[in-house]
Ligand binder design. Structure first.
Ligand SMILES: C[S@@+](CC[C@H](N)C(=O)[O-])C[C@H]1O[C@@H](n2cnc3c(N)ncnc32)[C@H](O)[C@@H]1O
Length: 281
């Protein structure tokens, strides 16, 4: 039912470098995501469904919150990345996390989950509201829905808050997301996405990470992200490998910060969470 519209050409690609990027990305965003899961009410003993698990970081954060009495099922459409997720979960000593490969919208999953969660995943689905509507049928009454999504827009441009190089990279990225069919501005549409999915209006928090100091992990994170989208940047004629010059990108970003005396501000992310009504109101 959800697949009348076409999903994105998966913008970030499916390379080992992308898997490693996701792990480093998680190191930057884990504090925020974990706080959202806590605020949303994930607690001991819950059974959690994590959509678009990737290398497993959100599933592992959930596993810590639900403890050994709880359980986490992570789903990803990419079976290979789940091999990494399984190895990392085993290494972390969680025996209450399992991963299932497939499209989360069409997999045959239980319908008694206490929570439905995900990070940076709805944006890749053709119809995020319809996906949420379907996925929330996997929840018990009173179940939690909590998603952390990113928001690339050009709205920030007029404020001249970006260094010239950061501004160019954001423009390329916005364009590549747009052309690949992803909802790059989903953070700003997350409220409407929840409402259109028939969910109770969510609580929301918007945050942008930033940095400027030497050694800030964001420089490498941006270079990693450009590396992942480079095949599509070239495919759509947005930028070439020579223009991206990945090898020098982190140091050029830092030099730009020093020259412009402006920090690099990563795209705003939105965290949205709500609870289904209990049975019979
Ligand atoms: C940007 S990654 C985020 C991974 C992880 N949530 C994190 O924050 O580290 C998005 C993941 O969602 C997966 N994905 C996209 N569409 C999906 C779908 N319909 N069902 C299941 N997984 C999906 C992709 O394969 C990818 O691994």
């Amino acid at each position: 039912m959800s697949n009348q519209k076409e999903d994105t050409t998966y913008t970030m690609g499916r390379t080992q470098a992308e898997t490693e990027r996701l792990i480093r990305q998680s190191q930057m965003y884990s504090g925020l995501t974990r706080r959202m899961l806590t605020e949303a009410g994930l607690t001991n003993g819950m059974k959690v469904l994590d959509i678009g698990s990737g290398a497993g970081d959100v599933a592992m954060a959930a596993a810590e919150l639900v403890g050994p009495e709880g359980r986490v099922v992570g789903v990803d459409v990419n079976p290979e990345i789940l091999e990494t997720a399984r190895a990392r979960v085993a290494q972390a000593g969680h025996d209450n996390v399992e991963f299932v490969a497939g499209d989360a919208r069409t997999l045959d999953l239980d319908s008694d989950f206490d929570a439905l969660i995900g990070r940076f995943v709805l944006m890749y689905m053709a119809d995020p509201a319809e996906a949420l509507r379907q996925l929330s049928t996997r929840l018990r009454p009173g179940g939690i829905v909590a998603f952390h999504e990113i928001g690339f827009t050009t709205d920030r441009r007029p404020h001249a808050i970006d260094t010239p190089l950061a501004e160019q990279l954001f423009e390329w990225t916005i364009e590549v997301f747009k052309q690949s069919g992803a909802h790059a501005d989903l953070a700003y549409r997350l409220y409407g996405t929840f409402v259109d999915a028939g969910l109770p209006e969510p609580r929301l928090e918007y945050t942008a990470l930033g940095g400027g100091e030497p050694g800030w992990p964001g420089y490498q994170y941006i270079a990693d992200s450009v590396q992942s989208v480079l095949p599509l940047l070239e495919h759509f004629g947005i930028a070439t490998a020579e223009e991206a010059d990945l090898a020098t990108l982190p140091e050029r970003l830092r030099a730009d910060v020093a020259a412009a005396k402006l920090p690099v501000i990563l795209p705003t992310t939105a965290m949205a969470w709500t609870r289904l009504p209990e049975d019979d109101g």
